[in-house]
Design a protein around this ligand. Structure first.
Ligand code: AMP
Ligand code: ZN
Length: 114
């Protein structure tokens, strides 16, 4: 069995503040928020990095993006603007090796991100 923090959150073995879940996807609050709204959108399936995505994951990733967009509308940040980020591998800051999108909003977000 894979020893993975986000798999354990998805399976309810480690608590998190869940915001949304369905059979494929779980969304919860980031424990160290970088903005007033900082949610993590993860697949239930363990996929370590974006580099590990395969053709059959296309509907799953599409669904993750659609869920992010829906949540942004629900939280009233869709019009003002929000950011979706996915860090791939250590050089980009990935610390949990189970793919996820960060949904950030609720404050001005500058570019480049650094
Ligand atoms: P990344 O660094 O892009 O891999 O993002 C991992 C994110 O997971 C970071 O923003 C962490 O703050 C967050 N994180 C780590 N542990 C937990 C946890 N137990 N519950 C919620 N978020 C977490
Ligand atoms: Zn995992």
């Amino acid at each position: 069995m894979i020893d993975c923090l986000f798999c354990k959150i998805a399976q309810g073995e480690i608590p998190a503040t869940l915001y949304y879940e369905n059979k494929d996807i779980v969304v919860f609050d980031d424990i160290n928020p970088q903005a007033p709204i900082h949610k993590l959108i993860i697949p239930r399936e363990h996929i370590a990095t974006l580099n590990d995505l395969q053709d059959h994951h296309q509907p799953l990733v599409g669904q993750m993006l659609q869920v992010a967009s829906s949540i942004a509308k629900q939280l009233d940040i869709a019009d003002v603007g929000y950011r979706l980020v996915s860090n791939c591998n250590a050089g980009a800051g990935q610390t949990v090796f189970h793919i996820h999108f960060h949904l950030l909003g609720g404050r001005p977000l500058h570019w480049p991100p650094g």
